[in-house]
Ligand binder design. Structure first.
Ligand SMILES: [Zn+2]
Length: 126
């Protein structure tokens, strides 16, 4: 099945990032840990395929411990459906979009209600 296209940011048009969870890879033989989102494999993980056997989700990134014992210390998984946001790639774009909408004359119903209330209750200036 082809991968569904990611939603695009309503402000800048870039793809909205996938919501990725990091899975921490503890060294083989490490004592049990209550650390959330971690695994303790039997051997060092060397490839993305090695990581895939420890998750039901898509492995979208891996981070390596450097040479000489190059192995994976963390990998990112995606559930295949969840993105960071429904509409924006980041909070900066959401904010910029808000300013753009206001400059174009848009506002909320609540804002209009409060403007009317303010006009009614305003004390006349002499
Ligand atoms: Zn954006």
């Amino acid at each position: 099945m082809p991968e569904k296209l990611p939603p695009l940011c309503r402000h800048c048009g870039n793809a909205i990032p996938k919501r990725v969870t990091s899975i921490y890879v503890r060294d083989p033989g490490s004592p049990p840990s209550a650390m959330k989102d971690s695994i303790t494999p039997d051997t060092f993980l060397k490839t993305k395929t090695d990581c895939e056997q420890y998750t039901e989700f898509q492995v979208v990134s891996v981070r390596y411990w450097p040479e000489p014992e190059r192995h994976i210390t963390r990998f990112g998984v995606w559930d295949g459906v969840t993105y960071e946001s429904q509409y924006f790639c980041n909070d900066g774009c959401a904010k910029s979009f808000g300013y753009l909408m206001v400059r174009e004359g848009n506002c909320t119903r609540k804002y209009n209600e409060m403007v009317k209330l303010q006009a009614i209750t305003r004390t006349p200036v002499s």
